[in-house]
Ligand binder design. Structure first.
Ligand code: SAM
Length: 340
């Protein structure tokens, strides 16, 4: 029999006080409830792009709501691109699983082109058709660059990937796409990513102790939110009348590592945004930041770095970042030798 308590996230959750504020079942009483992940991201509308990524015409501004985490993720991705280019590669293949509006793939393609890659093949896919339509629309400029083949498809992460074995240099699965999948599928999904990846697979998910999110809109629009860690289900009532309910799993760091460690070498696992969001002023409540906050930003950065890999902090970060290296990839030292 499947032992639910063997799942680390459930063990973590079992130590939490039980909430008595579940309220009514919105599924039972409200036929406006959206109960399908694809539907929720389909209905999120054009506003989702600016909510998730800021101004779509400024992909490197990193000044949106998730700016700090985005900058951390981008630093990792950009380093992988520059390392690959420095190793002498002139072609690169990228895959973004659960790409949403495709912003991360666009960033990578633009940067890879600027770094001098002469052949860039990039595919993003998502279960939500509206997200893919947006991604195709926004892909206009980068996909017309010479040597670039940028495509977006509607597809399910739970299915076999069409990519050949070891055909992808960089596989992304960012901002909780994995959290929407049934936990029982995760070992197969990570195995499938390992099959197609020759370089690195980079994922971010929400840890078990992260702060609440409304997923498709800003948190101040939430009237009621309940995450059920036993059923891996999140229910949200939004102030505009929308009710959304969908599969969502929050991970412990150890659990995320376990899903990938069987088929990849884990290069990095850390919490992102332990302190920054907490120190962000809220214009509805706080006065303008006092002068001298530049020094505070430096200190916050130091604190993030000092605690990012500590178990008790990782599980309470806003995001968990995992960098998994394909077992086929040359060890980093070998790359240096190859480039001389
Ligand atoms: C929070 S969004 C993140 C989007 C994108 N990765 C980013 O960082 O901007 C999560 C995405 O996962 C997608 N998703 C959820 N379940 C999926 C599945 N089974 N297959 C493919 N995509 C899925 C959703 O449609 C949504 O676009």
């Amino acid at each position: 029999m499947f032992d639910h308590d063997s799942i680390p996230a459930r063990k973590w959750a079992s130590n939490l006080p039980i909430s008595h504020t579940v309220g009514h079942s919105i599924l039972a009483v409200d036929n406006e409830t959206t109960d399908d992940v694809a539907d929720i991201y389909n209905r999120a509308g054009d506003d989702y792009v600016s909510y998730a990524d800021g101004d779509p015409s400024q992909p490197f501004a990193f000044d949106g709501m998730h700016a700090y985490a985005d900058r951390c993720v981008w630093a990792v991705l950009e380093k992988k691109l520059t390392d690959l280019r420095a190793s002498g590669a002139s072609s690169i293949r990228l895959l973004d699983a659960g790409c949403g509006p495709g912003t991360w793939l666009r960033r990578l393609v633009i940067r890879a082109h600027a770094l001098g890659f002469s052949s860039i093949t990039a595919r993003g896919f998502d279960i939500a058709e509206a997200q893919i339509q947006w991604a195709r629309l926004a892909a206009g400029n980068p996909s017309s660059l010479p040597g670039v083949n940028l495509t977006f498809d509607v597809a399910d992460l739970a299915d076999r990937l069409p990519e050949l074995d070891a055909s992808v240099d960089l596989t992304l699965c960012l901002y909780s796409a994995l959290s929407h999948l049934p936990v029982a599928c995760l070992p197969e999904i990570s195995k499938e990513m390992a099959r197609v990846t020759s370089g690195y697979c980079i994922t971010t998910v929400r840890p078990i102790g992260s702060t609440p999110t409304a997923f498709v809109d800003s948190i101040e629009k939430v009237c009621r939110l309940k995450q059920d860690h036993v059923r891996n289900r999140c229910e949200i009532d939004l102030s505009d009348g929308r009710h959304i309910a969908f599969s969502f799993h929050q991970f412990t760091a150890a659990e995320l590592r376990n899903y990938f460690a069987g088929c990849f070498d884990i290069e990095d696992l850390r919490g992102i945004d332990l302190f920054h969001s907490r120190f962000m002023p809220d214009s509805r409540w706080n006065p303008v930041s006092p002068p001298g906050d530049g020094q505070l930003a430096v200190e916050l950065e130091r604190l993030e770095e000092a605690h990012a890999s500590r178990q008790e902090f990782m599980d309470r970060a806003t995001h968990l970042l995992l960098v998994a290296r394909s077992r086929r990839a040359a060890a980093p030292t070998a790359c240096v030798v190859a480039s001389t």
